[in-house]
Design a protein around this ligand. Sequence first.
Ligand code: FES
Ligand code: FES
Length: 261
Amino acid sequence: MAARQEVSITVNGKQVRHEVEPRLLLVHYLRDVLGLTGTHIGCDTSQCGACTVHLDGEAVKSCTVFAVQANGHAVKTIEAMAQNGTLHPLQEGFWEEHGLQCGYCTPGMIMSAADLLQRNPDPSEAEIRHALKGNLCRCTGYQHIVNAVMYAAKKAVGEPVAAGIAGATPERATASVGEAPAALVSGEGIAVAGTPTAEAWEQDYGAIRGVYPAITESELDEARAHPQGHLEGMVHAISRRTGETVDAVRARLTTLLHRRS
Ligand code: FES
Ligand code: FES
């Protein structure tokens, strides 16, 4: 075993010193020595990005860096993103835009996105997708993650932001159990004034599938990511599946959901 080496690293603004084996990876140092378990390990091939932290302000995969390489440098982890009990705009964005399901990839996503926003405060959707190429998510689907980063970018420059920034995410719950979403015809699409509860969604699925038996629940789920909103997404999904015109499906769906609201 190689002789242990002393490292002195500024982690989240605090200087820490330890003797470590030269082979110790930074991610293991953070998690096992410092107890900063917000940095995750999701692979052993340096592909997933769950371990992303900032080293001297730049995003790195901490499973590809030895702790001794961080000696004399500054490391920032997800634990330091919230300040004085206030979420970082990116954390708020992931919360508001439903940018996670299990959350395993989220710390790495946020650290990579923070790196992007400090280099490019107003990224396009394509630039966000490019910047997050090294971060894999197994369960959310990337549209909501992109929306979360756009939310944070707008918030950081002081633009007003609201949940459902790109129209892909319903607003926060306003319906009571069993109540249908408040859907109103608005211009070309169906505007959503509230998010149904899980139970209400089940009822809506049932009602829609009663009229369109061929549509699957997963198709309707995917429709939630439609840029004009989840109900409009359903209209297009149903139209694709049945061959009925978008206008005809929209009219029928609106009537169907209105009848229940
Ligand atoms: S754990 Fe580092 S890239 Fe997957
Ligand atoms: S939210 Fe589960 S892996 Fe991304």
